[in-house]
Design a protein around this ligand. Structure first.
Ligand SMILES: Cc1cc2nc3c(=O)[nH]c(=O)nc-3n(C[C@H](O)[C@H](O)[C@H](O)COP(=O)(O)O)c2cc1C
Length: 346
């Protein structure tokens, strides 16, 4: 919670559903970001009254457990563990988080099985599932998801193919009454936060903007690259051949993206020559991303490391404390609501 921050009754009312679902003051989620969202950033977000996610990624079990314990020590319950269903350690992560009785579990990456969603719910957690298509949203609600994170292709990191603009109409407008829908992908301002709530979103998830906070421990070079970039610099990778299906990744263009493309071409040739299988090649590509993201975020190698970033990167230029970021978003959202009211009254 931000001391002294006044929220109008209109904004408070629009935030109510998300606040009560997420057990927080402001329904602003700091999305899970491998190597980026570690306990320092997460603790700052939960203390500021937002909601944050620990990125399980492919983390070793003991490290994930330690991260959960560190964030739990804040005494706050407004955080989740974000599980990647295609990560090799996924099953052991799921077992750990259900045993540790997490307040919230997020399924990302691909489709969780219905029994996995049920297992998470039976542990007492509220379950949020990613949806990057309308079909996925429908399926996740059928499986028992308590809420959806609708993420459009403008987002940073691994992405689907449909833009936030279209998903708002397909997912938010169709399912927003059934379950709380949190919107993500290309959202970087308080004004847009207000419009998402007006459209029916329960809240918003951001990733790229949270990188530009003081409490985010990403290397200075990583943040400097963000500060220098415009929306069009955050490009999505392509799939070159259907025999090697790859999930697109949005990142700032650099040698790291070229290296990924070269690796993809080599692996396609290796599949043709019988030197590898599709599954092994897909695993190699995912391992590439984890390693190269670490190179950029932790080591500061922004030439060949991966600079995963969303198109909203063009909207953020300065590094500020988390509290200031949350305060700015809420204040801007409130101003926008006043402007909307004025427009409607004439
Ligand atoms: C550097 C970076 C790493 C990310 N890593 C993950 C991840 O490990 N798991 C995940 O579910 N989403 C990941 N994301 C996506 C974010 O959680 C969030 O949904 C996304 O950034 C929202 O869109 P935005 O970038 O426009 O704010 C990542 C995003 C960024 C920028």
């Amino acid at each position: 919670m931000i001391e002294g921050l006044k929220v109008s009754k209109e904004l408070d009312s629009l935030m109510q559903r998300g606040k009560s679902f997420l057990n927080c003051e402001y329904p602003l989620i700091c999305g899970a970001m491998t190597w980026v969202s570690e306990p320092n950033l997460i603790s700052a977000v939960v203390k500021a009254g937002g909601f944050a996610s620990i990125a399980a990624g492919n983390s070793p079990l003991d490290l994930l457990q330690k991260q959960i314990e560190t964030v739990s020590a804040t005494g706050k319950k407004n955080f989740a563990v974000n599980l990647i269903t295609i990560a090799p350690s996924y099953q052991s992560h799921l077992k750990l988080v259900t045993e540790m009785k997490m307040p919230y579990i997020i399924f990302a990456g691909s489709l969780p099985k219905e029994k996995e969603v049920q297992m998470a719910k039976e542990s007492g957690a509220k379950v949020l599932c990613f949806a990057s298509t309308m079909a996925l949203a429908k399926r996740m609600i059928k499986f028992g998801a308590d809420a959806l994170i609708m993420e459009g292709s403008e987002a940073g990191g691994h992405i689907g193919h449909v833009s936030t603009m279209v998903l708002l109409q397909e997912i938010l407008f169709n399912f927003g009454d059934q379950v709380p829908v949190f919107t993500a992908g290309g959202i970087g301002t308080g004004r847009m936060f207000a419009h998402m709530l007006l459209m029916g979103a329960a809240g918003v998830q951001m990733g790229t903007r949270f990188v530009m906070t003081e409490e985010c421990l990403a290397h200075k070079n990583f943040k400097d690259s963000f500060a220098r970039s415009e929306a069009r610099d955050a490009i999505a990778t392509s799939q070159f051949d259907t025999k090697l299906p790859v999930v697109s990744v949005r990142a700032l263009k650099n040698e790291g993206v070229d290296e990924f493309n070269k690796l993809q071409l080599k692996l396609i040739k290796d599949i043709d020559a019988g030197l590898t299988t599709r599954e092994v090649a897909q695993h190699d590509l995912e391992t590439f991303w984890i390693g190269s993201l670490r190179k950029a975020v932790v080591d500061g190698n922004v030439q060949s490391g991966s600079l995963m970033a969303g198109q909203s990167v063009g909207l953020v230029k300065n590094v500020v404390p988390v509290k200031e970021m949350v305060r700015d978003i809420i204040t801007e959202a409130d101003k926008e609501l006043i402007a909307v009211k004025q427009k409607l009254s004439c």
